[in-house]
Ligand binder design. Sequence first.
Ligand code: KG4
Ligand code: ZN
Length: 371
Amino acid sequence: MVKVLAIETSCDETSVAVVKNRRILSNILATQVKYHAKYGGGVPDLARRKHKEFLPSVLKRALQVSGATLSDIDVIAVTVGPGLAIALEVGIAKAKELAKRLNKPLVAVNHMEGHLLAVLAKNRVGKGGYDEKKYLPWLGVLISGGHTELVLVEEVGRYRIIGETLDDAAGEAFDKIGRMLGLGYPAGPVIEQLAKKGRDRFVLPVPMKGSGDLNFSFSGLKTAVLYAIKDYVCRSGRVCGLKEVASGQVELDKEFVQDMAFSFQKTVGLALEQKIKSALKKYNFVKAVSIGGGVGSNLYIRSVIRKTARSFGLPLLLPYSKKLYSDNAGMIGVAGYLKYCRGEVVADVDELDRQPSLRVEEVSSKFKVKS
Ligand code: KG4
Ligand code: ZN
């Protein structure tokens, strides 16, 4: 049994987990969302400050809840990228300090590998979590605030991006449309709730329909929503500048917002459905589809992906709890444990640095050293 202490500070959640093999014993999260909300997104400098402030108590609590002490820890795992550079640095500095102080191996984890492997995580008593042997190779659908990627999971530790967004990520699109609709940040969960009361009133362009590849682009959809709102406001005879609309400064009635939430969410679903279908046709050897990333907690989006997978006779792999979709250190602990098992530990702790633009394919290429 290997006990991993995992640290995640890539964006605006400070999180520490203790993981025993694939079992998550504790997964503590201090969200900074309310501090970033007024800026409409994650602000790097603020994130750095808050990570520094929250990390000691989150670490303490993670140990407490897990029932472990620092001396029980065998491995330290930390997110090194992708993410906000100066936010990543906070977690990395702490991980280095602990690895040196405890004289334990350090594992550098790719945040996106964490999202991908969240479906392998088990709970405290060993429930949940898939056995990858049954499902490899599988298609991972990563839909977060920073990334939208279709990833071929060839092996645990070997990934190939077969499609990705050329501009905004799916979660980012939810957040930007939410801003226009005056819904605050992050807007994904609010749009999901409003869409339940809405009806399909707006015809929006399905991003990258017919592009012939597996890539996404959500910025055109964002623009279409922007102009639909502007048009609606102008027709009601009010001031309707693009700037005001984009920053959510115009009053919109409840029904309009609900209907727009519905049509927008449906269109994101259609874009995902189309590209996943094309991917499953092209890579017809995959045995399952998995979801990772914050947008995966959206039940409508999940049902679209489930139906798409089923239409190919494939199972949909989901993390065992909602917490594991969004950023959390539990998934980093599980990915870190598996990386440790592959012998991929950091050779020179002092040399470890953040990699803000790390791609999931590079997961094993850097910092890979066999002891
Ligand atoms: O994976 P995540 O926690 O962080 C990143 O790695 O980016 O994803 C955060 C994103 C945000 O854009 C948020 O609006 C979106 O996930 N999100 C949702 C929902 N819950 C979170 N989007 C749509 N529906 C939701 N229920
Ligand atoms: Zn993430």
